[in-house]
Design a protein around this ligand. Structure first.
Ligand SMILES: Cc1ncc(COP(=O)(O)O)c(C=O)c1O
Length: 306
């Protein structure tokens, strides 16, 4: 049987394109943040993750140009071997401080961060517990691990407790949850999740891709709830509020840096190029200002800006 056969048999997308109703992969001629030009029309962009509108900020553009001027265009090697620059370590230090953790490790994308962190931490005989609406990169990270995956109904604390109570005590356990769910627009109830994790001996990891720069004065969901100490690992991406590319995981030094950096994704992958982390670094600073503003607006209007 030809492994390509299913691709040739899949015709719905082509039919939708021919009918002019296919909604995906639409090329933009210009993408300036709040506005985009699409097939000759200037439109208001309501669908991007450019939450702070920083991709076209003059200082952000200049930081990218300066980095290329100074370092060229790639690290051309994995962190493990020749691809670590002093700037990686500096950025990791600043990110750890930003989210209130001891250490951080950066990856070349947010997706790689979840794949790398979850697959490195969850070993054979361990369990990883997910919300049913967790992001695909979390689900794929769990699939890539050697552990068993269990899922509870979205934000349903009774279902979560039922699930946790059934897990064997002597098993290593990690719960991974989106801080701010991008599709639903709701927030994980960390004030209920964190105590449940403590009660059942489960480590807690929050994916703050959509909350970083937006909630908790820009510091994320754990900071929003005042629970930074009770969340063991905080991950986020640079591809949304931070207007760049890359991701990081932060927590205690042994778990977030030593444990995760031993995994295949962290070791065998050319790392973040300086253009990106310069941006993340600078944007974290200004994210604090904008994040605080968005937080105040969210509180004032009762609407969370995502
Ligand atoms: C919740 C969540 N986690 C992780 C990612 C992956 O981040 P990136 O697109 O930077 O790889 C995304 C991006 O869509 C996301 O929404």
């Amino acid at each position: 049987m030809d492994i390509f056969q299913k691709c040739h048999d899949y015709t719905i997308a082509k039919e939708a394109i021919a009918a002019g109703v296919y909604p995906y992969f639409i090329p933009l001629t210009e993408n300036e943040g709040a506005e985009a030009v699409c097939r000759g029309h200037r439109l208001i962009m309501c669908g991007s993750n450019n939450y702070l509108g920083l991709t076209t900020h003059p200082k952000v553009r200049q930081a990218a140009l300066d980095a290329i001027e100074h370092y060229g265009t790639s690290c051309t090697g994995s962190r493990f071997l020749n691809g670590t620059l002093e700037m990686h370590e500096q950025l990791e230090h600043e990110l750890a401080e930003w989210v209130g953790k001891e250490a951080a490790l950066v990856f070349s994308t947010g997706m790689q961060t979840n794949l790398g962190a979850i697959s490195a931490l969850v070993g054979r005989g361990d369990s990883v517990v997910l919300d049913k609406e967790d992001h695909a990169s979390i689900v794929d990270g769990a699939r890539l691990s050697w552990g068993e995956t269990r899922r509870y109904a979205h934000n349903d604390m009774a279902d979560l407790e039922r699930l946790l109570a059934r897990l064997p005590e002597d098993r290593g356990k990690l719960l991974v949850v989106d801080g701010l769910f991008s599709m639903e627009g709701d927030i994980a109830p960390l004030p209920e999740i964190a105590p449940l994790c403590r009660r059942y001996g489960v480590r807690l990891m929050v994916d703050d891709a959509h909350a970083m720069g937006v909630l908790g004065g820009g510091h994320g969901t754990a900071a929003h709830f005042g629970l930074t100490d009770q969340v063991d690992l905080i991950m986020s991406t640079f591809s949304k509020s931070f207007a760049s590319l890359g991701g990081f995981i932060a927590g205690d030094e042994n778990a977030s840096k030593v444990g995760v950096s031993g995994g295949g994704i962290a070791c065998d992958n050319t790392d973040l190029f300086p253009r990106h982390f310069l941006l993340a670094d600078w944007n974290a600073e200004i994210g604090a200002v904008f994040g605080g503003y968005l937080d105040r607006r969210a509180l004032a209007t009762g609407v969370f800006v995502i």
